[in-house]
Write a protein that binds this ligand. Structure first.
Ligand SMILES: [Zn+2]
Length: 362
């Protein structure tokens, strides 16, 4: 099974500090830090590129994952940086409707490919993974604003109790009364600072997930299957993903369209075989088209990983695809490597912080 080196600092960056005269790091006072952050957000929100007049059409593609009320029990196993509350989503849609023209991503791409005119400032909303909370908590808000939206589904997992491996692992760490101390894989991913008998903090969880990414997705699921069997854990009480009935109801509303996010949420990196990449990219599209009775023209790379071979395969079968790279799209952006702006509650729960995100400066 593939294992690759991951530098966790690449994912989470180092601590913010100044250098003292003796060149020793001097931590910033939290109040000063907050004040600097707010000032930078204010500048970005009011003077960033999203405020500049443009002669060329520009497209912002927003990336969401989960929508959960602040007190939802699901919050305890949710991966950090993945959630907005329904209130925050409502605020975002209100602000976006005033600032740009909402579009379906596939419509913008089709009009761009045909050389048709496009709005100078367009915004497309996307949700990754097909969480059931998209139906429960996002759909009512999207309907209220009549906001065109694309949801990327993991085709083989719709209507199943399957969970993504970060939530599976978080749940195991939360409910297992005792974890084995002799499991080399578990010890590696938990890290030296993990304390048995104490639930990991959200920050610790983020580092644990980053360490897991040394293994390929199917290998991680196999490890978690073994661990769950060994610990004799009960199956989860609730499902986390959408079912076909919910998908069909959302499609019938006319404001939600669906794209592919592979068959089993497999990262399409260099280590993946061409054969496996092909089936994840193409079989997911065939299944979705058959179930939805309409063409599926958009693709979303799991975890943002996209090898050149995967991009080529996606280019042959889809009109466009989204990455997790931050940026603003224009007519020169490759349609199969579109930029997005990732938003979640910790960084966009008020108007200033949200508009600052659209600048792509912070
Ligand atoms: Zn995903």
């Amino acid at each position: 099974m593939g294992r690759k080196k991951v530098n966790s600092q690449e994912h989470f960056g180092g601590p913010c500090h100044l250098l003292s005269p003796a060149n020793k790091p001097m931590p910033l006072n939290p109040l000063v830090k907050r004040h600097i952050k707010r000032s930078l957000e204010y500048i970005a929100a009011h003077f960033g590129p999203h405020r500049w007049p443009s002669k060329e059409p520009k497209l912002w593609v927003l990336m969401y994952h989960r929508v959960l009320p602040a007190d939802a029990p699901e919050m305890q196993d949710a991966e950090p940086g993945m959630v907005v509350t329904p209130e925050t989503l409502d605020l975002h849609l209100k602000l976006l409707s005033q600032w740009a023209e909402p579009v379906f991503l596939e419509d913008w791409l089709a009009r761009s490919a045909a050389g048709e005119s496009l709005p100078k400032r367009a915004v497309a909303i996307t949700f990754d993974d097909g969480w059931v909370d998209n139906y429960q908590h996002a759909f009512p808000v999207l309907k209220a604003h009549n906001f065109p939206t694309s949801i990327f589904l993991v085709s083989d997992w719709i209507g199943t109790p399957q969970m993504f491996w970060p939530e599976r692992l978080a749940r195991i760490l939360r409910i297992a009364s005792q974890l084995p101390k002799d499991d080399a894989w578990l010890n590696t991913v938990l890290g030296a600072d993990f304390q048995h008998g104490k639930a990991p903090s959200r920050k610790q969880l983020a580092f644990i997930f980053a360490r897991c990414k040394q293994w390929d997705d199917l290998a991680i699921h196999t490890k978690l299957d073994d661990l769950s069997n060994r610990l004799q854990l009960p199956p989860p009480e609730t499902t986390t993903l959408l079912n076909w009935e919910q998908v069909h109801e959302m499609q019938a509303s006319g404001i939600i369209r669906f794209g592919s996010h592979t068959r089993r949420h497999i990262r399409l990196n260099e280590e993946l075989s061409a054969e496996l990449a092909h089936t994840e990219i193409c079989a997911s599209q065939s299944l979705l088209e058959q179930k939805l009775s309409r063409p599926v023209s958009l693709f979303c790379y799991p975890n943002g990983d996209h090898s050149p071979a995967a991009v080529q395969e996606v280019r042959e079968h889809y009109l466009g695809a989204v990455t997790t790279k931050r940026g603003i799209n224009d007519l020169h952006t490759p349609p199969h490597q579109l930029f997005r702006v990732g938003v979640h509650n910790d960084v966009s729960s008020n108007a200033i912080s949200f508009m600052a995100k659209l600048s792509c400066w912070l």
